[in-house]
Design a binder for this molecule. Structure first.
Ligand SMILES: [Zn+2]
Length: 290
């Protein structure tokens, strides 16, 4: 009986619903068309303050994974903060707040473009700057863990097997060489995801990977396709609170979905590179861009 109770406890524990927040730019000046993609520094400060004031504990991805795999206990009200792409504005808009409040976060870097520009948003205006190695080293001294977001931010589903594996595994090698520490987490660019890509991420030696599949990470999600909640420029503080607590309004639930449909219907802004062997692709309607 005791063992049954223990297993029930453990299973329940591992199925804790954890909001894994996904940010991109933290900027007051996103190019027109990217407003949904950028949270202002003031809004970011408010959101982090909201978490802190309500007793949320920003945990690392390492702890979340350890909880899932080994049952390591989580603090009450766990939340994971992630930022994709490694925009330069994260240094000014997000880092000071995270450091001041002692909130852990993971930034996923495009390993081959550190210190350069984000070409994938260049159709919206001047390309956004990305963090430099110097910035990354400075932030690594604070509560920031760096993860990998490929080498060149490609559409992984459109690459050959060899190219996709190189983008995923090579990013780990580059970042580990530059940072002098293990890089354990990966995130898929452009919401590209398939079981094949999942296996490449596992094969490359990452401990887990973040997807752009929407929802709480509740233990039913694959450790190599952790679900996340996108926080965008359109979220009021109230909407942010409802999202984190898992009580979005119907409209808020649908908004990212409708946006992805709208984008799919618009002419492709980002031309894929020339003929390539196609990896099998699983389409998922609950995904977002970038
Ligand atoms: Zn990205």
């Amino acid at each position: 009986m005791l063992s049954n109770k223990f297993h029930t406890f453990l299973r329940g524990n591992r199925r804790t619903r954890v909001p894994v927040l996904l940010y991109h730019m933290v900027s007051d000046e996103p190019a027109p068309g990217l407003e949904h993609y950028a949270v202002s520094p003031a809004a970011f400060r408010q959101q982090m303050g909201w978490l802190k004031a309500r007793g949320y504990a920003a945990i690392s991805l390492a702890l979340l994974v350890d909880h899932r795999l080994n049952g390591r206990p989580l603090p009450p009200r766990p939340v994971v903060i992630t930022l994709d792409d490694g925009y330069k504005d994260n240094l000014y808009g997000a880092y000071p707040v995270l450091e001041a409040l002692g909130l852990e976060a993971t930034i996923f870097l495009v390993a081959g473009l550190v210190g350069q520009e984000a070409f994938w948003v260049s159709t919206f205006g001047p390309p956004a700057k990305l963090l430099s190695w110097e910035d990354v080293r400075a932030m690594a001294r604070g509560p920031i863990t760096f993860g990998a977001h490929t080498i060149t931010h490609p559409h992984l589903c459109q690459l050959s097997t060899r190219q996709a594996q190189e983008e995923i595994a090579g990013a780990k090698t580059i970042l580990e060489d530059r940072l002098g520490r293990e890089v354990s987490f990966f995130s898929y660019p452009f919401s590209d995801f398939s079981p094949v890509l999942r296996d490449y991420a596992a094969g490359a030696g990452y401990r887990a990977a973040c997807s752009s599949l929407l929802g709480f990470s509740d233990g039913a999600d694959d450790i190599y396709a952790l679900r996340r909640l996108i926080v965008g420029g359109g979220d009021s503080l109230e909407a942010f609170g409802r999202k984190v607590r898992g009580r979005p309004t119907g409209r808020e639930t649908l908004r990212p979905f409708l946006r992805s449909i709208k984008r799919a219907l618009l002419p492709m802004r980002l031309e894929s590179q020339s003929k390539r062997e196609m990896a099998p692709r699983v389409s998922n309607k609950r995904r977002m861009d970038h």
